[in-house]
Write a protein that binds this ligand. Structure first.
Ligand code: 5RP
Length: 216
């Protein structure tokens, strides 16, 4: 079993959570791309919001009903990928530079579900931590951050500069607190365990399902 198959197994398992009548947030990335295909096959009578233009275009092309995220104050479910998953449930996201909108979607969801292949499991989180920075005062923010590099990537859909923090991630909660306190940091890619309801990780031919209450 390769990475692709592990992703496929994870999204097949998570895709059944999408039921008729739900409002569902969609993340960004290759794993979410596979999820969109599962949803297009199952065709639940649900409405979707997308965390990136890339996901929005792909979901619409597959016939999913994508609505702007401005009219719903709550989502029933959101499903997204991750770059790193630590044993204590901390995540790093934003490899695709979509972490600001992904976090807005995750926080709005009653149930935030992460889908991944086994390569995303790490013993401890490590750099880079994706950031979105305000263009205003960018040089001053970069000075404050010290170990940070602007990514050679397009701006976010909200005009933010995508960058990567390369300092130590020994204490993710403390790092998240410090990054959030810097005004020029629009959002960072650290996702706290309390945000994550469930994880579906493809491991070989199996799917490891973990919920906030413990492994199932
Ligand atoms: C995008 C993300 C993605 O969820 C993360 O990078 C995982 O991507 P993939 O499913 O392609 O491995 O956070 O900003």
């Amino acid at each position: 079993m390769g990475v692709h198959e592990e992703k496929q197994l994870a999204v097949e398992a998570a895709g059944v959570l999408v039921q008729n009548g739900m409002r569902v947030g969609l993340g960004t990335g290759t794993t979410v791309g596979l999820l969109l295909e599962v949803l297009a096959r199952r065709r639940p009578n649900a409405v979707f919001v997308a965390s990136s233009p890339r996901t929005e275009v792909a979901a619409r092309a597959l016939g999913l009903d994508v609505q702007p995220f401005g009219c719903f104050d709550r989502l029933d479910l959101a499903i997204d990928g991750a770059d790193q998953i630590a044993p204590d449930g901390w995540l790093i996201k934003g490899g695709g530079g979509a972490h600001t909108r992904e976090k807005i979607v995750a926080v709005a969801a009653e149930r935030f579900v992460v889908v991944a292949d086994a390569t995303k499991r790490v013993a401890t989180l490590h750099a880079p931590v994706p950031l979105e920075l305000s263009r205003f005062g960018l040089a001053a923010t970069l000075r404050e951050l010290e170990s940070c590099e602007v990514r050679d990537a397009p701006s976010s859909p909200d005009g933010g500069v995508i960058a990567d923090y390369h300092g130590t991630v020994a204490d993710p909660r403390e790092l998240a607190r410090w990054l959030s306190a810097i005004p020029g940091v629009v959002a960072h890619g650290l996702f706290a365990p309390e945000l994550v309801s469930e994880l579906f990780v493809g491991v070989g031919a199996a799917v490891h399902h973990t919920s906030r209450g413990g492994t199932q």
